[in-house]
Write a protein that binds this ligand. Sequence first.
Ligand SMILES: [Zn+2]
Length: 258
Amino acid sequence: MGSAGIPHRRAILTGGLAATTAALLSACSSKPNSTGTDATAAGAAKASSPSPAAANRPDSAWSAFARLMEGNRRWVAGKLQHPDQDPRRREFVAEKQEPYGVIVSCIDSRVPPELVFDTGLGDLFVLRTGGQVVSPVVTGSVEYGPLTSGSPLIVVLGHQRCGAIKAAYEALRDGKTLPGNLQSIADAMRPAYEATVKDKHADPVDAMVRIHAKQTSADLRSNKALAPLVRKGDLAVVSAYYSLDTGRVEVLTGAPSA
Ligand SMILES: [Zn+2]
């Protein structure tokens, strides 16, 4: 077998994962509740007490962006509201979800998007990978929100002192191979690495975090499925940088205008 078997196995795994993702996404999509009693009860609950946030769900890139940045200001100030995290909200979104944002961020335990933006249940689609690298499978999941739920905003969120990007930077610089499948993360970051080393940076890893977020957002913005939505103004793709020290999200590119 040796190394020749690895690509084949990886292809099988990737195919299986793609199929699973499709099935999961199908299961996640909005479907009418077909069970009589529960549907009636849930419908009555919705009609009588809609979730406050649901009543003013951001329906444009600008309003979605403003909502997220308001939430981030509360996070920075230590004034979290934890909106829409109660049983009433759970009932409200049980049959139908319309998240207003898609966040593509790192697996880092210190960067949970729902806390960083102080959001509630059903507000965000969240994708997290090491160094927020995207692959076809991840990109498919990013597309899901804008294409099926009308999510008007995608945020690609890099962060300070990203271990994945530091490891990728060093591996690519030194020509070393990372263990296991970690090398695939480094490989995906090669364009960001090459753009980074073209210039001198006081902190090249931090520069690569920013360059990588910008490149990823640009790729998504020009993606075949998403570009038409961007052109129509129905979707904005923002790149941003999260400070572990302050909790603040700094916008890098693509901020929508009001
Ligand atoms: Zn990270």
